[in-house]
Design a protein around this ligand. Structure first.
Ligand code: IPM
Ligand code: MG
Length: 350
């Protein structure tokens, strides 16, 4: 039996994953859905943001779909018990090292971007973010007090060749089925990891992917190019931290952060972790204002990459586009639909 693990999480997470669940029940009722607490709500009820049983289930299921984690009420909690620690722990336990974050501008939304429509119309970028290494996980880290009383915070950015190669391979393979171009972003002008990143990507390209176009770009320049001329990009390959930043920026190009899905993939055949890239948005949680399309499109990615139902993914993505073309808009897109009404619009289009 095929099983999807649903992790609604915190803030708007439960509202948006609820709509994804309705869509899945309609599209593929034969897929079993298991739901578990995750993040802050798990900390409140189980004393940990990621319970062992939830982690074990995530490793056994076919795919996990998460809503969002975090909120201001947990700002004072010890770091290892914070909602975000649960998410990083889950990514690490599942070994999902390649994070696919598509930034696609739906034709009906070209006017919703803060950039000029002629700059973003037709935009179709795939950001491939390394997800289980780099400064997010590097040791040593911590805050220490020095002998003279000053305090010092330390994070460590570290990558080895295996980590760089395996995520680069994902990016090159994706590019072959798209517009055949990879832009690899780092800061090789100032960082050792950046230098190694550039060398490893260059060597892998020459060895296995010489047919794919490869360009190197410093990450700060990439941030600028993304708002100047975003359509120059096809696949952007980058590390964990730069990928976090560039994907938020790319998301806004498309009109709303609420629209964007993501897929985190590990080795072939292992379950993937799917999540909308918007956060928990505590300011609007519980009010039915959130856009569920990021969660619904994340479900489409799960259908495509983990659940082996590519044609259902096509159907679902077409239904989202049709709902938008029909004028369905939540508040973030300048409309008045509630979260559930946007779910209704997608179901109607299905
Ligand atoms: C994201 C988020 C997470 C990250 C947080 C919630 C830990 O910003 O998925 O982009 O930094 O990876
Ligand atoms: Mg982020």
């Amino acid at each position: 039996m095929t099983t999807l693990l649903l992790l609604p999480g915190d803030g708007i997470g439960p509202e948006v994953t609820d709509q994804a669940r309705r869509v899945l029940e309609r599209l593929a009722p034969e897929i079993a859905i298991e739901t578990r607490a995750f993040g802050g709500i798990s900390y409140e009820t189980l004393g940990t943001p990621l319970a062992d049983e939830t982690r074990d289930l995530a490793l056994k299921c076919d795919a996990a779909l998460m809503g969002a984690v975090g909120g201001p009420q947990w700002a004072g909690v010890a770091r290892h018990l914070r909602p975000e620690a649960g998410l990083l722990g889950l990514r690490s336990a599942m070994g999902v090292f390649a994070n696919l974050r598509p930034a696609l501008c739906f034709p009906a939304l070209a006017d919703a971007s803060t950039l000029k429509p002629e700059v973003v119309r037709g935009l179709d970028i795939m950001i491939v973010r390394e997800l289980t290494g780099g400064v997010y996980f590097g040791q040593p880290r911590g805050i220490e007090t020095l002998a003279d009383g000053r305090r010092r915070g330390v994070d460590t950015q570290v990558y080895d060749t295996t980590e760089i190669e395996r995520v680069s391979r994902v990016a090159f393979n994706l590019a072959r089925n798209r517009r055949n171009k990879v832009t690899s972003c780092e800061k090789s002008n100032v960082m050792e990891t950046g230098l190694l990143w550039r060398e490893v990507v260059t060597a892998l390209h020459a060895r296995e992917f010489a047919d794919v176009g490869l360009e190197h770009m410093l990450a700060d320049n990439a941030a600028m190019q993304l708002v100047k001329n975003p359509r120059q990009f096809d696949v952007i390959l980058t590390d964990n931290l730069f990928g976090d930043l560039l994907s938020d920026e790319a998301a806004q190009l498309t009109g709303s952060l609420g629209m964007l899905p993501s897929a985190a993939l590990g080795v072939d055949g292992a379950p993937g972790l799917y999540e909308p890239i918007h956060g928990s948005a505590p300011d609007i949680a519980g009010q039915g204002l959130a856009n569920p399309l990021g969660a619904i499109l994340s479900l489409a990615m799960a259908l495509r990459w983990s659940l082996k139902r590519a044609s259902l993914a096509d159907t679902l993505e077409a239904a989202v586009a049709a709902a938008l073309t029909g004028g369905a808009r939540t508040r973030d897109l300048g409309g008045t639909l509630t979260t559930a009404q946007m779910g209704d619009a997608v179901l109607a289009a299905l």
